[in-house]
Design a protein around this ligand. Structure first.
Ligand SMILES: Cc1ncc(COP(=O)(O)O)c(C=O)c1O
Length: 419
């Protein structure tokens, strides 16, 4: 294969580079130890032993008992499985989640609504935080489960899961948290959190894609989502993806070891990047609360530009970042997370997420800070929405402003819809 050009990677919330230690741990299970872990003979049993060793490591990452760890194919499956199980085992019809969850919850919630279930998408405050009073008010006698993410993937805003779980316990409702963005950045302790279910995805912590886990608290009733063989103690059918499981185990060990680095060095890099942008580039603003926030995430709105254009120009110089907005079949929808926070569609469309990781260096940040300001300036120079545009009398500025006001009204509407 041709050597890839150097990539300046600022999209660690999307996925992470596989750690060399993780790849090394996986290779024997691609080459020599390829037996089925469910087979009774020694060649299978040997593989089974390694699956269980990985389960112990993943359990240790979240302070769970290995029996409480169920391997899945991804974070999405883990989230879907927890909610599905709660609905089946309780026989209740109402789910509470938030308007800023990953599409793993938003789209599953909408799917449930179409099938006769009721789903409340709790609104958030303008800084992305959750009003727990609203959560308490939303719980009903027919509520099966509350599912609130531990940290938001777009803004990094951290939610008070311990308090959410305490409310759920006091009201006899199951509690799930999507902790996909958290390991390696915060210490995760399921016992201290008091949740019934917790989801992780290995590819966010330097392990391969296609492997996730669901923590199911001991004695919490569980109904499998993937029905088939007796694997995972009868809780998920399907032969385990052994190399991925082993990689996940190794990555779990590394995530605990790199926690300190994420919270000191990576945090300092993120802060330097964010402070520099906010101070040096006019008309920029951070989306979401400054704290509590993941140490690696900065989501910045650049007024008068389209994020997709910024990302394209960054890509041309080898920089990977992402927008808070999803691009669907050519039309740009503003991010549902930023919309739920009341960010205007215009500002949401100009928002870029930079998410750092353990492999980022000072040099990476210098490189980004060298290229970003001229890119923003270049785009603003040709943006009709820029009031300082030298030719702005040639454009329909009044029309553009009116459209902006219209967008603002839509954003407010959306907030009401979300409520
Ligand atoms: C918060 C959150 N939840 C769930 C997922 C889905 O994880 P997976 O890609 O493993 O399905 C992601 C992935 O981006 C995420 O950021």
């Amino acid at each position: 294969m041709n050597e890839l050009p150097k990539v300046y990677y600022f999209d660690n919330n999307a996925t992470t580079r596989i750690a060399p230690e993780v790849a090394d741990a996986m290779i024997p299970f691609l080459r020599e130890y390829w037996g089925n872990p469910s087979s009774a003979y020694a060649f299978g049993a040997q593989v089974h032993k390694h699956v269980e060793a990985a389960r112990e490591k993943v359990a240790a990452l979240v302070n769970a008992d290995p029996k409480e760890v169920l391997f899945t194919s991804c974070g999405t499956e883990s989230n879907n499985s927890a909610i599905h199980s709660a609905l089946v085992t309780t026989g209740k019809k109402h789910v509470i989640t938030t308007a800023v969850e990953h599409s793993a919850n938003i789209n599953f919630g909408e799917y449930l609504q179409k099938r006769g279930y009721e789903v409340t998408f709790l609104p958030v405050e303008s800084d992305g935080s959750l009003d727990l009073h609203r959560l308490e008010q939303a719980i009903r006698p027919d509520t099966a489960i509350v599912s609130v993410m531990y940290a938001n993937n777009e803004t990094g805003v951290i939610f008070p899961i311990e308090e959410v779980a305490a409310i759920c316990r006091s009201r006899g409702v199951l509690c799930h948290t999507d902790a996909v963005q958290v390991p390696g950045k915060l210490r995760v302790d399921v016992k201290a959190l008091g949740v019934d279910f917790l989801s992780l995805s290995a590819h966010k912590l330097h392990a391969p894609k296609g492997i996730g886990m669901l923590y199911v608290k001991r004695r919490t009733k569980y109904q499998p989502y993937v029905i088939g063989g007796h694997q995972e103690r009868g809780r998920r059918g399907g032969t385990e993806s052994v190399p991925n499981v082993v990689g996940f185990g190794r990555a779990a060990e590394l995530a605990m070891a790199t926690l300190e680095d994420e919270n000191t060095r990576v945090r300092a890099l993120r802060d330097r990047l964010e402070n520099h942008i906010l101070r040096q580039i006019p008309n920029t603003i951070r989306n979401g609360a400054k704290e509590p926030r993941l140490p690696n995430t900065a989501n910045i709105a650049f007024d008068f530009v389209e994020a997709e254009a910024v990302l394209m120009l960054l890509d041309q110089v080898g920089i990977c970042a992402s927008s808070g907005s999803a691009c669907t079949t050519g039309s740009l929808d503003p991010s549902h997370v930023l919309s739920a926070m009341g960010v205007t569609p215009m500002r949401a469309r100009g928002s870029v997420r930079f998410s750092l990781g353990i492999y980022n260096t000072e040099e990476d940040v210098d490189y980004l800070l060298k290229h970003l300001p001229p890119i923003i300036q270049k785009l603003r120079d040709i943006s009709p929405l820029n009031p300082e545009h030298p030719d702005n009398d040639k454009y329909d500025i009044a029309g553009a402003r009116a459209k902006h006001e219209q967008d603002l009204a839509v954003a407010k509407d959306q907030e009401i819809v979300a409520a």
